[in-house]
Design a protein around this ligand. Structure first.
Ligand SMILES: Cc1cc2nc3c(=O)[nH]c(=O)nc-3n(C[C@H](O)[C@H](O)[C@H](O)COP(=O)(O)OP(=O)(O)OC[C@H]3O[C@@H](n4cnc5c(N)ncnc54)[C@H](O)[C@@H]3O)c2cc1C
Length: 581
């Protein structure tokens, strides 16, 4: 893989160096929980009579969003297990709950009707759990951290800084370099040029979420995925937040469904969560290892809203925010090596999601808590080598979070081809046998590899998006055109900078893909970033990339059947502006 961090590869430029003891990359719930717990542990350690005090420590956290929370996107119903461990009095401290689950529905939908489960299966029981906006939740977590004063520790929360490459020293991770700002598309600096910084650290915690750019570099150099049974696997979720008439949906209501609009043999599902202030979160996730080359979460969501069980909930309402993001669903068998000399991986960056429950926030937070315990010990022993940091992996895998992931280790593979009778039987066996199924471990195929050609899936080689009937009438009220949705994500990038979506194998690969495969990226991207513009003879020369629309979901990097798109971080501060997602 060539060095893609063009924004940062600038010989001769002087870069400010900052030395941290601990650096967290990404302000998701995993890293914020880790940083918060580390402060607790240092404070408690220093308060022990006779303990060798830890003093003069600097801890940094960088986040590519303009503000912490801008890029946070989830469902979300939260299992509060890790939050309770971190902050038992979270309610008293103003935790931003949208309400607690009191009514649950689980459905297998057909186009016009469906079958409602008489009671939710054990893995989808959410009674009493808080409904949250992850964006609001991580803002609250960052606020709690900012209020802390821990003697002997300096904490720097640094939003607007995107980690663009890993810094290495003697074969070990030594921190990250952030992306330059103020660079023209041709690479030349503008008047407002700010070189990226070198943030050096004794230990760097990578919590970039799904399909991390730095995590990819770590894997390429250190082979972190080599010991995993399965490759990393993903879904993409698209979600709209609606304002609805007061009382139309009761407080505490949540609904999950599978089936329509997914085709038979494909896997995906929906979620509908009542939020505070007469708002409703409506979302749809599609598995990216589906064979459908045109799997489009935004389109599935538009269809889903027309179902007779869903449409009345939205009647008289209006969509106020939209977002999309990949979700790591490989689980136990897709987890990479979690620690190495100078660094650790936490949360979605390490596939820590329970696909059965559509939940990863509590597992990611628990990984942050376990990482913090190991970091304290490493600071005390001044040992940041692999053996020292691997205690984190041992602690996490032996914790309740490890057990939860282990018990659902085959879940995604069981349902990867849809909910057939055979799959239902296997699911039942796995539920009573602690996750075991005949044929254990079930193998998964990387998302792009399992993707079929248009010929195999739609019966025509190179069929184009516009030649297919998608079965949606876009009225702008219930069914929202993709670009209108994108507008509602608040996405913004400085358009002068070099495009951050890199075509690594060249435009000719995209042209061939258009002719033979119909350019799936022009459909599956939930933000309409990719377009092909044929001339009068129907020929195309290159793919047109509207990178400023990119909501950082990473679907293109995962699903491009040619492996031709690599997502790299744009300059810090650009991207969506989520406040309710
Ligand atoms: C549609 C959908 C529905 C979901 N529903 C639920 C649910 O109901 N309940 C539940 O528990 N979980 C749910 N999840 C999963 C949950 O959101 C994730 O498991 C969780 O957010 C993972 O947390 P994280 O901190 O590991 O990563 P993230 O939340 O992804 O946070 C990563 C952060 O790192 C930043 N970042 C990334 N790269 C860089 C970089 N190079 N430099 C600087 N910053 C960077 C990102 O901007 C982001 O802020 C859902 C996910 C999706 C997509």
């Amino acid at each position: 893989m060539p060095d893609l961090s063009t924004q940062s590869a600038r010989p001769g430029v002087e870069r400010e160096e900052l030395e941290f003891d601990v650096l967290f990359v990404g302000a998701g719930p995993s890293n914020l929980a880790g940083l918060w717990r580390l402060l607790d542990l240092i404070e408690a350690h220093n308060a022990q009579p006779g303990a060798r005090r830890l003093e003069g420590l600097t801890i940094g956290l960088i986040e590519k969003g303009d503000e912490i929370g801008d890029h946070a996107f989830s469902g979300a119903v939260l299992d509060p297990a890790a939050l309770r461990e971190l902050c038992p009095d979270y309610r008293e401290r103003g935790f931003p709950s949208e309400g607690e689950v009191t009514r649950e529905e689980v459905w297998l939908f057909t186009e016009r009707s469906g079958m409602r489960a008489p009671f939710p299966p054990p893995f989808l029981r959410n009674h009493g759990h808080p409904i949250v906006s992850l964006s609001r939740m991580v803002r609250w977590m960052a606020g709690q951290i900012e209020q802390r004063e821990v003697p002997g520790v300096d904490v720097m929360l640094l939003p607007g800084f995107a980690g663009s490459k890993v810094l290495w020293a003697d074969g070990r991770v030594a921190g990250v370099q952030t992306a330059d700002k103020g660079v023209n598309a041709d690479g030349s600096p503008r008047g407002n040029f700010e070189p990226g910084n070198c943030f050096k650290a004794k230990v760097t915690v990578f919590g970039e979420g799904p399909r991390g750019h730095l995590a990819r570099e770590l894997d390429e150099v250190l082979g972190l995925q080599a010991g995993a049974v399965n490759p990393q696997l993903y879904e993409t979720g698209a979600k709209e937040i609606w304002e609805i008439p007061a009382g139309q949906v009761p407080d505490g209501f949540v609904l999950h469904s599978t089936g329509w609009p997914q085709a038979d043999g494909e896997s995906g599902g929906s979620f509908v969560y009542k939020m505070s202030g007469d708002r409703l979160a409506v979302g749809y996730v599609v598995s990216l290892d589906t064979q459908d080359p045109f799997a489009d979460a935004q389109l599935a969501l538009q269809k889903f809203k027309t179902h007779p069980r869903i449409r009345p909930m939205l009647e008289g309402g209006r969509m106020i925010q939209y977002g999309a993001k990949a979700l790591a669903i490989g689980g136990w068998y897709s987890m990479p090596k979690l620690a190495f000399a100078g660094g650790m991986l936490v949360g979605d960056a390490a596939q820590m999601v329970n696909a059965a429950r559509l939940k990863g926030i509590h597992l990611g937070m628990k990984s942050g808590l376990c990482a913090a315990e190991t970091i304290l010990r490493a600071l005390l022993e001044d040992d940041f080598g692999e053996a020292s940091l691997m205690r984190y992996a041992q602690g996490f895998l032996a914790s309740w979070a490890g057990t939860e992931l282990y018990r659902t280790r085959n879940f995604h593979q069981i349902l990867a081809h849809g909910l057939s009778p055979a799959a239902a039987l296997k699911l039942g066996v796995s539920l009573v046998a602690g996750g075991w199924v005949p044929g254990e471990p079930l193998r998964g195929t990387a998302d792009a590899e399992r993707t079929a050609t248009t010929e195999a899936f739609y019966g025509k080689a190179g069929v184009k998006r516009d030649a297919l009937d998608w079965g949606v009438k876009y009225d702008g009220r219930l069914c929202i055109p993709k670009l209108d949705d994108v507008y509602a994500s608040g996405v913004m990038h400085d358009e002068h900078q070099p495009g951050h979506l890199k075509i690594v194998k060249g435009d000719q690969v995209c042209v061939a893909c258009w002719n033979t495969k119909g350019s799936p990226c022009t459909v599956f991207c939930p933000a309409q970033v990719y377009e092909m513009h044929p001339d009068a003879d129907g020929r195309v020369a290159a793919v047109a990339i509207a990178f400023s629309n990119c909501v950082h979901c990473k679907t293109c990097d995962i699903k491009c059947p040619e492996g031709n798109v690599v997502w790299t971080p744009p300059e810090g501060g650009g991207g969506p502006k989520y406040t309710l997602c």
